[in-house]
Design a protein around this ligand. Sequence first.
Ligand code: SAH
Length: 220
Amino acid sequence: MNIRHSGIGMTSSRTRQRMIDRLRVQGIKDEVVLAAMYEVPRHLFVDEALASRAYDDVSLPINYEQTISQPYIVARMIEVMRASVTFPIKRVLEIGTGCGYQAAVLAHVFPKVYSVERIEPLYLRAKRQLAALNIHNVTLSYADGSAGWPAMGPYDGIIMAAATPAMSTQLREQLVVGGRMVLPVGRLEQWLYLVECEQQGFRESKLEPVKFVPLLMGKA
Ligand code: SAH
């Protein structure tokens, strides 16, 4: 029997461990991130019909034309954000809560997480799911997050889970000095960028090609 298709196998430590082993092969090295990825039950964030594929390295539909990001990119973005050697990242903002999976992983890694989602049913579902998992250090907002969430800022780290056609300057202003932002930029061709807020200004690094759903304006 294929273990991924048995109800028990899906949540088994072996299935999760396989995902962690694959993340290592893909180059994820941060043990704190790997431990958080192991802890968060990814199958609870997708429809039951897709749960058997939850630990595969794929993005999956979560309705409303949105997707849950593939495990590799979730781990990679958090690893990049944590890679600062000079500055402990404590308060982070996520733009694009979706099903709440990445917010749950962030909540295992950082003391305080803020996350914004523009689609109300997704916001509500994420809120329910995080509460069901007893995750209480995430504050969600149903809003257009394209300009961040200035009222709760500044942040030590910002992660964008939807691709912006062009780098926004509004967002980076919500970083503290020493803070880091990881975001996909582009339309058809997208690249992951790291923006570091330094005393003298901002430093941008282009990291790797990625594929995200687009950042959209307004609430839905
Ligand atoms: N973080 C999610 C990824 C969700 S996909 C995960 O854990 O898998 C990206 C999400 O960004 C979608 O839910 C989409 O609705 C949301 N989004 C797109 N534009 C947005 C905006 N302007 N403000 C807030 N959320 C936005």
